[in-house]
Design a protein around this ligand. Structure first.
Ligand SMILES: Nc1ccn([C@@H]2O[C@H](COP(=O)(O)OP(=O)(O)OP(=O)(O)O)[C@@H](O)[C@H]2O)c(=O)n1
Ligand SMILES: [Mg+2]
Length: 399
């Protein structure tokens, strides 16, 4: 049996929670993604806990808790400034819509709980002492970099069709390969993905797109035909053929969407519809539009100081990321350096504002706005000093 000796702080901090459950006579384990990531030496951001205690019993043991999904056996416990999802051992049955179980049945042993999980590498549990419970050779699969469904892959994917996307996402995130039967079951059942909401698919799609092996994952996404069951957009086939040939993978979600839009050569007026079809937020759409605009600009000419100022640091960095992935030579670092050296980097850093202009005799309105912009442009391009005196002098010279 494998035993982990040195545990990261996220686990140590959660130990009293497991201990409390055990002291009350229940079994309790860390489970799922956190145990997988621990064994892979990946950063663990949060831990999930599974227990033989029923939700009501969990609530009684802790002073602060929230009913997160009591019907599915999950209680969120607040402890030591952290929150923990504690889920009662359960099996799932009655999946009718390929999405979520209609019924969960609480069970008294861990084995039953691990059996219902998607992949062997996610069906690992660890107790208080760092002992790993591994019923399906998940540790072996971790070593061999294999994504293998627990038991019958067909059954797992019929239970929750999103798991097919999860499988491909893990190949990208972890640089793993799909086990043959698991891959075949995805090929045979890809159409089930149509039943899954775009929001849930997008989440996996993004994780796939920004993982270190995203180009290989896109290839699998194409080969398994899962790509045919996600929101439709013109040129998708072309995109999927180009994507695997990219030089690098994006690491930011904004870069991913911008990259896809550039590769698809979507006209400006189609960008917001495309983003909406994927149920992206308005904020994400706006940022992507800024990136695309700046990308077009730097493809055309070297931006002047005012254009850099208007783009803003985040957009510049995102755009450089995209250009880098596309293998387009941009004097990237130099752009950021030039931006950082600007006399002002935000509109609010200008020494004066509209009220200053009004005090100097201007009336509120379009012309005032125009003058303010002009001043900003002169300051940004170092042709006017950013001080009230210098600006006052400039205004006097105008008259
Ligand atoms: N469709 C799903 C989703 C989750 N799980 C199980 O629930 C655990 C936790 O799910 P989740 O947090 O969604 O995924 P993780 O595997 O933890 O991946 P991530 O690191 O992205 O959170 C998984 O490890 C897996 O055991 C599952 O069997 N089937
Ligand atoms: Mg998780």
């Amino acid at each position: 049996m494998i035993k982990v000796d040195k545990l990261p702080d996220v686990f140590i901090k959660a130990m009293p929670v497991l201990q409390t459950l055990e002291d009350a006579g229940f079994e309790a384990y860390f489970v799922g993604g956190s145990v997988r990531d621990l064994l892979l030496d990946r950063h663990v951001h949060d831990v999930d806990i599974t227990t033989s205690a029923y939700p009501e019993e969990v609530k009684e043991l802790f002073a602060k808790s929230i009913d997160t999904g009591i019907r599915h056996g999950t209680v969120t416990v607040l402890y030591g400034g952290e929150s923990y999802e504690i889920t009662t051992f359960r099996t799932e049955s009655g999946y009718q819509d390929y999405r979520r179980p209609d019924h969960v049945t609480f069970v008294q042993n861990l084995d039953e709980d691990l059996k219902r999980r998607d992949f062997t590498i996610n069906a690992l549990a660890m107790d208080l002492h760092g002992q790993i419970v591994d019923l399906f050779n998940g540790v072996e699969d971790l070593k061999n970099h294999i994504i293998r469904a627990v038991g019958d892959p067909e059954k797992r994917f019929h239970e929750d069709a999103l798991r097919m996307m999860r499988a491909v996402r893990f190949t990208s995130q972890l640089k793993f390969n799909l086990e043959e039967k698991t891959e075949q079951a995805i090929k045979d059942n890809h159409e089930l993905l149509k039943k899954i909401s775009v929001e849930r698919i997008r989440e996996e799609f993004v994780k796939m797109g920004i993982g270190p092996h995203s180009r290989q994952a896109f290839q699998i996404f194409l080969d398994t035909q899962l790509s045919e069951d996600v929101p439709d957009f013109a040129g998708k086939k072309e995109l999927l053929q180009i994507y695997p040939q990219l030089q690098f993978s994006p690491t930011l979600e904004t870069s991913l969407w911008s990259l896809i839009i550039i590769l698809l050569k979507l006209p400006d007026e189609d960008i917001s519809k495309f983003m909406r079809d994927w149920k992206n937020s308005n904020a994400m759409t706006e940022q992507v539009e800024r990136i695309i605009k700046f990308f077009d600009l730097i493809s055309d000419h070297t931006p002047n100081d005012y254009e850099l100022f208007q783009a803003g640091e985040r957009t510049i960095i995102n755009t450089i990321d995209v250009a880098h992935i596309l293998g387009q030579p941009v004097a990237s670092e130099a752009l950021v350096d030039r931006y950082l050296a600007l006399p002002i980097k935000k509109p609010a850093e200008l020494a004066i504002d509209g009220r200053f202009l009004i005090k100097h005799g201007m009336r509120p309105g379009a012309e005032l706005g125009h003058t303010l912009n002009k001043i900003r442009e002169l300051v940004v391009s170092s042709r006017l000093e950013n001080s009230p005196d210098a600006i006052e002098k400039y205004l006097e010279d105008l008259d």
